[in-house]
Ligand binder design. Sequence first.
Ligand SMILES: C[S@@+](CC[C@H](N)C(=O)[O-])C[C@H]1O[C@@H](n2cnc3c(N)ncnc32)[C@H](O)[C@@H]1O
Ligand SMILES: [Zn+2]
Length: 149
Amino acid sequence: MSRSKTSSKIEVRQSGIHGKGVYATRRIRKDSAIIEYTGERVSEDEANERYQDNPSTYLFMVDDDTFIDGLSGGNEARFINHSCEPNCVAYLEDDRVVIHALKNIQPGVELTYDYQLTDEGEGSDATPTDYTCRCGARRCTGTMKGREA
Ligand SMILES: C[S@@+](CC[C@H](N)C(=O)[O-])C[C@H]1O[C@@H](n2cnc3c(N)ncnc32)[C@H](O)[C@@H]1O
Ligand SMILES: [Zn+2]
């Protein structure tokens, strides 16, 4: 199993959900901040251009015209997968996106948050075209889109 260098509480390795994922290496307490989703901040137009040049799913939509490109200066947070029954949540703190624990998380458990993808970006090429969810949760909705989408 491939592993990469990460902060002390988490590690990146192959996921049962998709590709690489992020796993707890220690117990993580409910409500604690785990990691900031870092990367270069770009406009929607710039995100679209980057996506066309190099399709990636590491573009976190902060608001209508701000994306964080996890491929440019990003950290392990970009590997956190989506789940319909997540144990984490992405909060906007001022202008930073920070992943927090929604519950106590035991070592070895994969970290997930609800991407709540919307159709809004569908005209934009900086969003994935396949929204099918494979989180495996008992109440999986089958899609990574949010209820409002
Ligand atoms: C930010 S990446 C997450 C890291 C990704 N697993 C990797 O190895 O690069 C987001 C992409 O991972 C995939 N993904 C994440 N959660 C998923 C899920 N629950 N079901 C299916 N694909 C998922 C989708 O392709 C999505 O666009
Ligand atoms: Zn699901």
